[in-house]
Ligand binder design. Structure first.
Ligand SMILES: [Zn+2]
Length: 193
């Protein structure tokens, strides 16, 4: 189905309560959750967290990654992290990886940089993870989980995140979403420092 057709159905199905909520939200948003997840089409952020308009602030990219502090010059994901924490004051950040992640698979299998130069460059940010995975002979499933933990660690490398966690105003969670059945396993959580 084309997106515009789906949107027509969406508009037709809006309930009066949702319309009222949308009307109120035109004045501003105050989401409590910042979700960083994969671009993979099998993940439906709002459906899987049972959230509605105004409740979820989201970054999606291949492999649900965020660069570490200092590497973020001009990076949209780092900019979005800063906005979520400092401007919106989200209460939790969830990094949601998933089973069968193609980005992690590409990282481990290697990418032909002459064919896919941008992806190849992008995956450079995961090179430390790959080195660790090769050294420890991890399975791809294990690397997917380690990637989630590595991204939490990258997020925590920002001082503005650290301060909020220390103050008890922000928690970080790592989720493994199972695309097969929609289950979520919490693989890491940082509630205090
Ligand atoms: Zn993925």
């Amino acid at each position: 189905m084309k997106a515009i057709e789906g949107h027509a159905t969406f508009k037709n199905n809006l309930t009066p309560a949702t319309k009222e909520k949308m009307e109120q939200l035109k004045n501003g948003q105050a989401p409590e959750t910042f979700l960083i997840t994969c671009s993979d089409s099998r993940i439906c952020p709002n459906a899987m967290t049972n959230t509605d308009f105004g409740e979820l602030f989201v970054v999606r990219n291949a492999g649900n990654t965020v660069p570490a502090s200092g590497e973020q010059t001009g990076d949209a994901d780092a900019a979005t992290l800063e906005y979520a924490v400092k401007a919106l004051g989200v209460k939790e950040i969830v990094v949601c990886g998933h089973t069968k992640c193609g980005a992690v698979g590409a990282l481990m299998d290697g990418v032909d940089s002459s064919q896919l130069p941008v992806i190849s460059k992008y995956l450079d940010r995961l090179q430390p993870l790959k080195d660790k995975a090769v050294e420890a002979k991890m399975s791809t499933d294990q690397v997917i989980i380690e990637n989630i933990k590595a991204q939490l660690s990258n997020i925590l490398s920002y001082d503005f995140v650290k301060e909020k966690v220390k103050a008890g105003e922000l928690t970080l969670e790592g989720w493994l979403y199972q695309i097969e059945d929609g289950d979520v396993k919490v693989v890491d959580e940082i509630k205090s420092l």
